[in-house]
Design a protein around this ligand. Structure first.
Ligand SMILES: [Zn+2]
Length: 202
């Protein structure tokens, strides 16, 4: 006789792809003095997040990561293809921000306008934002405030997609926080609950 529990679990299983930004020659943003290299930093956070989810073995999630090394070059079109081949329900893009405005700091989580699941994810991640990186109201619709670069990324995927800008490489305080010994763990732990909850969002 079929086990109803496992049948239901299989029915609600979601495939989540972690996409650390950049890679190969594309290093992303680099902090003053080169202490943070975005492509390398987001890879470490992405791998830690994958580790944490893997250890928990949640039955309702199948998790993938778009790259495990720093030398694999990915254009946006490559990342979109990886997500498609993975049959992702959700893509979690991880980046580090940079701004000419020296005061810009903190974590931002972008969701797709009108998509309630991604808005919920963004709010959830913002609430878990670690290391005082959340400067308030940090979940942002990709269409707000004119972020064409973010809209281009999120709009390229044909599934749910969010983009987490962990902190600002251009802000000295954020860089110090990102270089703390526990920062990679804390940043991954900040994203983890939202991913675990995602299958329940329907
Ligand atoms: Zn980036």
């Amino acid at each position: 006789m079929p086990n109803n529990t496992s049948y239901n679990t299989a029915m609600t299983q979601k495939r989540v792809l972690i996409v650390p930004g950049h890679g190969g020659k594309d290093k992303g943003c680099i902090s003053p003095c080169g202490r943070i290299v975005e492509a390398d930093y987001v890879l470490e956070v992405g791998k830690r997040l994958a580790d944490l989810v893997g250890k928990m073995e949640p039955p309702s999630l199948i998790l993938g990561i778009s790259r495990m090394t720093g030398d694999k070059p990915h254009k946006l079109s490559d990342r979109v293809k990886i997500a498609k081949d993975f049959n992702a329900h959700l893509v979690v893009c991880i980046h580090v921000d940079s701004s000419p405005a020296k005061s810009a700091k903190g974590q931002r989580v972008y969701h797709w306008p009108g998509n309630s699941r991604t808005e919920r994810l963004a709010r959830r991640i913002s609430r878990c934002s670690p290391m005082d990186l959340d400067d308030g109201g940090s979940w942002v619709s990709a269409s707000e405030r004119g972020y064409p670069r973010v809209s281009n990324v999120l709009g390229a995927y044909s599934c749910d997609a969010i983009l987490v800008e962990l902190a600002f490489a251009s802000h000295a305080g954020d860089v110090d926080k990102m270089l703390r010994g526990d920062a990679i763990d804390l940043l991954a732990l900040g994203i983890l609950p939202a991913i675990l909850e995602y299958p329940s969002y329907g």
